[in-house]
Ligand binder design. Sequence first.
Ligand code: ATR
Length: 285
Amino acid sequence: MGDSRETLGPKAFVTGFPIKHSRSPLIHGYWLKTLGLPGSYRAHEVAPEAFADFVGALKDGSSGFTGGNVTIPHKELAFRLADKPDALSHELGAANTLWLEDGALHATNTDGRGFIANLDERHPGWDRHGTAVVFGAGGASRAIIQAVRDRGFKEIHVVNRTVERARELAGRFGPRVRAHPAGALAEVMRGAGLFINTTSLGMDGEAAPQLDFSPLAADAVVTDIVYVPLKTPILTQAEEQGFSTVDGLGMLLHQAVPGFEKWFGQRPIVDAALRALIIADMEAH
Ligand code: ATR
């Protein structure tokens, strides 16, 4: 039964290099199973030099795929090779979701929507102050800055060890986004309602610097896009200092929703059982 359901329906992929640690097949597999839909979603490793051919076979239909997700290091090339990138991916210069529609390859980037949906789910009212501090200016911060800006935030302070990278993002995302060096962290935190860690600090058991969150608004929310471990050192510190926190796992789950809907035709739900499934997988590895 499982086999025929997989061979009959639409075929989707996640591609990256490497890709074997991706949890996306677990997420989409869970939705296919619980919704009882035909189709498959598989990890498909593609080396950088082979990615253009992979997209070519997607476009001409010879791969048999309906679409899929794209992760590091292919997001920029995926955007450039798509026939119809949407406005979000255009501004980012990167896409993480591809699908064929009316003979054209469409592209979007769902990371920002995943970030927003996670906060909406886990901490309604997170946006009430309209000021945010984004710590880090790497690739992962871009979709978040865009999404927070598009949510209507008035001030977004991007703080980075290498201030030039923060400046590049301020230039890209417009006047509501301001760049600062790391030394300005305490100052820009003053009265802000949202603190977002987009750096790799604290990932995979690495140490994180001691941060003083006290300048933030008393009801501020602290969130981290790192989700391994689930409770990062930055979130632990914020909790110990009395702030509400939201972990980054929900961003991973929610960013998967739009792609699934495009490829398989139904909008899936991020529920507690899915979250538990991914946490169990993280604990097992
Ligand atoms: P990603 O694409 O996942 O965001 P990245 O582009 O390598 O990864 O960016 C990592 C982010 O973590 C950057 O903001 C980086 O700061 P720099 O731009 O100055 O490199 C930040 N980061 C990593 N290690 C750091 C450290 N030890 N101290 C401060 N910031 C750090």
